[in-house]
Design a protein around this ligand. Structure first.
Ligand code: MEV
Length: 317
C-alpha cells in the first residue's frame, strides 16, 4: 500500500526563438522568449501498482510524435533514478498545449514539467542545475546535439540572451511590438535539421561557418535593436536571418510561403523559429491592427494555428 496522498505538480511553457536557432548549437548567440500561450502541466498522483502514464496533447496524438514518447520515458526513468524511487505506485498525467515538433520546445517543456512534478511529489528540492541536467538527457534524444536553449527557455519566465556553455542572461524586451506566430501544421524534425547543418559544415565548411557566424551577429544586432526599441531594425534582421536559414536548408516551401504572406500583409520582418523544416514562423508588427491583418493572411495561407504575442510584458526575475 502506498502511503502518499499528496499530488505533485510541475509546469513549463513553450518557447520562441527570436534569433539564433541552429547557430546557437555552434556557439553563436541567440535570443529566446518564453511562450506561455502554449504550456505543459504534469501531475503525479498516488496509485497502487505499476506506474501509469496519461498524456493529453492539444494537437496531434502522442503517436504522432515518437521522439516525444521516447523523451517521456527517458525523463521519467532518469528522474526516478536520481530520486532513488521505483517506477511504481504513481500515475503521471501530462496535459500539453505545446504542439509537438513545431519548434516551440515541446520535448523540453514536457521534460521540464515531468522533472518538476516528480520532485514535488517526492518532496525533493530541485536546483536549476539539476533540472537542466535531467532535461538535457532526453533533449539529446530529441535534438542529437542540443544547445541547451530549449531546456533553459521552457523552464524560465524571462526572455534570455544565450550562448551555449555560458550562463544565460535574462534579457528584458524593451520593444513595443507584436509577434505573430503561425504553425505550419507540419512536424519539424529538429534532430534531422540539426544533423543536416552539421553535414553542411563538413561539406562546405567556410560557407556554412560564415552563415552561422552571420546569424550570430544578427542576434547581437537584434539585442541592440530591442534595447533601443527599434522594431524596423529588428524586422530587417529577422528577414536577413530567414535568408541565412534558407541557405542552411532548414526552411521549407510552406515556411517560405508564410513568410511571403506575412511580409505582403505589412510585417516588418518574418522568419522561421526553432528547428525549421516545418514547425512555426514568426512575423513582427508594431500595430495591433497590422498584427491582426497578418494573422488573417496566415490563416488564409493555411496556418494550423496562430497566436499574437505582445512583446515586453514578460516577467523578469
Ligand atoms: C531548436 O528549438 C533550436 C535549435 O537551435 C536546436 C538547439 O538549439 O538545440 C535548432
Amino acid at each position: 500500500m502506498t502511503t502518499m496522498s499528496k499530488k505533485g505538480k510541475g509546469t513549463a511553457t513553450g518557447k520562441i526563438i527570436l534569433m539564433g536557432e541552429h547557430a546557437v548549437v555552434h556557439g553563436e548567440p541567440s535570443i529566446a522568449i518564453p511562450f506561455p500561450e502554449a504550456a505543459v502541466e504534469a501531475v503525479v498522483c498516488p496509485l497502487d501498482g505499476p506506474a501509469e502514464l496519461d498524456c493529453y496533447y492539444h494537437q496531434g496524438a502522442m503517436s504522432d510524435a515518437p521522439i516525444t514518447v521516447a523523451n517521456l520515458i527517458t525523463t521519467i526513468e532518469t528522474t526516478l533514478k536520481r530520486l532513488d524511487q521505483p517506477l511504481k505506485n504513481f500515475k503521471l498525467t501530462i496535459q500539453s498545449t505545446v504542439p509537438p515538433e513545431r519548434g516551440m520546445g515541446s520535448s523540453a517543456a514536457v521534460a521540464v514539467a515531468i522533472v518538476r512534478a516528480l520532485h514535488d511529489y517526492f518532496d525533493r528540492a530541485l536546483t536549476t542545475e539539476d533540472l537542466l541536467e535531467l532535461v538535457g538527457v532526453s533533449e539529446k534524444i530529441a535534438h542529437g546535439n542540443p544547445s541547451g536553449l530549449d531546456a533553459i527557455m521552457t523552464s524560465s519566465r524571462t526572455p534570455i540572451y544565450y550562448i551555449k556553455g555560458q550562463p544565460f542572461i535574462p534579457f528584458p524586451l524593451k520593444i513595443r511590438a507584436y509577434l505573430i506566430v503561425a504553425d505550419t501544421g507540419v512536424m519539424g524534425e529538429t534532430k534531422e535539421a540539426v544533423g543536416d547543418v552539421m553535414q553542411l559544415l563538413k561539406q562546405e565548411p567556410e560557407k556554412t561557418q560564415d552563415a552561422l557566424h552571420r546569424l550570430g551577429n544578427l542576434a547581437k544586432q537584434a539585442k541592440t535593436a530591442i534595447e533601443a526599441d527599434q522594431p524596423e531594425n529588428l524586422g530587417q534582421q529577422m528577414n536577413e536571418a530567414q535568408q541565412l536559414l534558407k541557405e542552411l536548408t532548414v526552411s521549407s516551401e510552406r515556411l517560405d510561403t508564410f513568410v511571403a504572406a506575412a511580409l505582403a500583409s505589412g510585417a516588418l520582418g518574418a522568419k522561421l523559429t526553432g528547428g525549421g523544416r516545418g514547425g512555426c514562423m514568426i512575423a513582427l508588427a508594431t500595430e495591433k491592427e497590422t498584427a491582426e491583418q497578418i494573422e488573417q493572411a496566415l490563416i488564409e495561407a493555411g496556418a494550423a494555428n496562430t497566436w499574437i504575442y505582445k512583446m515586453g510584458d514578460e516577467e523578469i526575475g
